[in-house]
Design a protein around this ligand. Structure first.
Ligand code: 25A
Ligand code: L14
Length: 341
């Protein structure tokens, strides 16, 4: 594959840093890599392969030299600069929630709806879904295809790294101060995150749900291409650095046994089943998921309260499969489709 020029917008952030790592690990055919962030980071140097690359400021960055722009600097920078990148000839793979719900922007999880990448041409933008939705849809695609899913009840246990670098620092500082019996300072989160659990991710909506919960509803329906699928989420922040966990309860249309679901998931792309009913026979965020690209599934069992109910425990690294890895996988598939002779 002929190498292309790639830009990471938000390169100094929690996700942008992992994008740089994943491009290198997967041997993505990068010719020149451009690192872009806010003016605050201008001139800072970061390593890629054996080169040291200087960070440039987004406001003055010229996208005409770039083929693929990976955006992860937040919604406002994406709203302002993604159209400018497209006009300069880039395909934008956007990791924010800015364009995900636009009907003419494909929202892609390669394991679920890779064929939709072809729709990129309408706007020049491909949206990367929310981290919690990505890992859930990767795990639910095989049971969905086999037995259809009428309803999903899900509670998430989400890592602080999803909020970015500042939140990682806040958990570290609060934990240290709490152990030392000091007063705790809450800057990023509205309440104490160390040694606590907060049922609040992103802004509250008029209907009583948070925006993170609504994202899981809208995005699951769009990715599985089924507006009838019921999704009932509660999104919870927990004091974990990396890796989201989810207790997922599904109601299938036709009966699906736990054994058959386990078999399907063992063959599913991007999934690792860890499901043994003994100490440690299940995946966890900090031990199994952190630093890996797979979606780990365990605790697969029949819901004793429902004839067509199934329970699963789904864990993945939110900065990898939940953000950077999924974006790079989309870029790989786009490149195969568009640049292969
Ligand atoms: O709006 P959203 O979509 O809800 O996204 C909000 C935030 O969530 C993260 C990401 O934070 C984003 O800003 N995020 C987005 N999608 C995500 C996903 N799928 C996701 N997290 C997980 N999963 P982040 O901290 O990880 O990354 C921010 C990056 O974006 C750059 N940036 C911010 N505003 C920008 C901008 N770039 C251009 N123009 C703008 N207007 C940001 O670069 C970073 O790369 P930076 O130079 O601003 O930050 C460098 C370092 O500076 C520290 N810092 C952050 N804020 C401040 C600060 N220092 C001083 N004062 C501050 N106010 C941080 O340590 C940062 O690493
Ligand atoms: O919508 O704070 O992709 O954990 C994902 C991480 C929004 C914020 C998204 C978090 C972001 C979220």
């Amino acid at each position: 594959m002929k190498p292309v020029n790639v830009a990471i917008v938000g390169a100094t952030g929690a996700v942008g840093n992992v994008m740089r790592t994943v491009l290198e690990e997967r041997n993505f055919p990068v010719d020149q890599l451009f690192l872009v962030a806010s003016a605050r980071s201008r001139g800072k140097s970061l390593q890629f392969r054996d080169q040291s690359i200087e960070v440039q400021a987004l406001e003055e960055f010229d996208f005409s030299q770039v083929c693929i722009a990976l955006f992860s600097a937040g919604t406002a920078p994406s709203r302002k600069h993604a159209p400018r990148a497209v006009d300069a000839g880039c395909v934008v793979i956007d990791n924010t929630s800015c364009y995900r719900y636009d009907a003419d922007v494909p929202l892609i999880v390669p394991e679920c709806n890779a064929a939709r990448i072809a729709d990129w041409k309408q706007r020049g933008i491909i949206a990367n879904p929310n981290c919690s939705t990505i890992q859930m849809t990767v795990a639910l695609k095989p049971p969905y295809d086999e037995a259809c899913i009428d309803r999903i009840n899900v509670a998430t246990y989400q890592a602080v790294s999803g909020t970015g670098q500042a939140a990682i620092e806040e958990l570290r500082t609060q934990s240290r101060n709490a152990l030392d019996g000091q007063a705790l300072d809450c800057r990023v989160y509205p309440s104490q995150i160390a040694f606590n659990a907060l049922p609040h991710i992103d802004d509250f909506q008029d209907n009583g749900y948070t925006r993170e919960e609504m994202k899981m509803i809208w995005e699951t329906q769009k990715i599985l291409e089924d507006d009838n699928i019921g999704v009932n989420p509660t999104a919870v922040r927990v004091p974990v650095y990396y890796g989201h966990s989810e207790a997922v309860h599904i109601e299938t249309r036709t009966p699906l046994s736990a054994e058959r679901a386990r078999e399907l998931l063992q063959q599913a792309p991007g999934v690792v089943v860890m499901d043994e009913a003994h100490d440690g026979g299940y995946p966890t965020a900090a031990v199994e998921a952190e630093g890996h690209d797979a979606v780990f599934v365990g605790r697969i069992r029949q819901d004793l309260s429902h004839p067509r109910g199934l329970d699963l425990w789904v864990v993945s690294d939110n900065l990898r499969k939940g953000a950077a890895t999924n974006s790079v996988q989309i870029a790989e598939l786009w490149l195969e489709q568009e640049k292969e002779p």
